[in-house]
Design a protein around this ligand. Structure first.
Ligand SMILES: C[S@@+](CC[C@H](N)C(=O)[O-])C[C@H]1O[C@@H](n2cnc3c(N)ncnc32)[C@H](O)[C@@H]1O
Length: 184
């Protein structure tokens, strides 16, 4: 994806209203010192509450202008990585994800996060509600493998007006939690 001349829609530019972003972070129950990836961080709607919660935040943002603005806004409080979410190199220590990614990359991102060897502990992802339902019902790609390691549930339901501009579909949080004992 070229970093310049990108149509606004192609970047999935639907930032979250700050009150809804705070609710998503509160519901995730992030604790101080936890490593949290905010993938598709935009201008930091979720990054801000995550920093306030004391998380060790890595903001992943492909758009160069937004990545620069994140750096200006948060400085050394966070790490900003400008990379395609689909090519993300995962941390080697346990990490969480709290993110509102562009819906177009959600499947590639989930595949990445759930790849063998991932140290993902939990994910709270704002996604298209239909997609969340598919995951919760075990109908998502690779379900036979990842459901042995993760529990999938639906979190906060977000109205369209939680985003500006409002998307054409309903959204909800997909919560993935690593099971303490692997189901075999
Ligand atoms: C739906 S917006 C959400 C922004 C922010 N998380 C929020 O809630 O306000 C998605 C963000 O992902 C970025 N993005 C688009 N494609 C991406 C990709 N392939 N990898 C990483 N970020 C991407 C966009 O530039 C945009 O900032």
């Amino acid at each position: 994806m070229p970093a310049s001349g990108q149509a606004r829609g192609a970047w999935g530019w639907h930032p979250l209203d700050s009150r809804w972003a705070q609710r998503v972070v509160d519901a995730a129950g992030v604790r101080p010192g936890e490593l949290v990836l905010d993938v598709g961080a935009g201008l930091g709607a979720l990054t801000g509450p995550l920093v306030k919660a004391g998380a060790d935040v890595i903001a992943v943002e492909l758009h160069s202008g937004r990545a620069d603005k994140l750096l200006q806004r948060f400085g050394p409080k966070i790490k900003v990585i400008r990379v395609d979410a689909a090519d993300l190199r995962l941390p080697t220590r346990p990490f969480r994800v709290v993110s509102s990614p562009p819906y177009g990359v959600s499947t590639a991102l989930l595949k990445r996060l759930l790849a063998p060897g991932s140290r993902l502990v939990s994910a709270d992802l704002v996604l298209q509600r239909q997609v969340v339902n598919r995951w919760v019902e075990g109908r998502a790609p690779g379900a036979a493998r990842w459901t042995r390691h993760y529990d999938a549930s639906i979190g906060i339901r977000l109205p369209r007006k939680a985003f500006t501009p409002p998307p054409h579909v309903d959204s909800a949080v997909l919560r993935l939690n690593r099971l303490s004992r692997t189901r075999r």
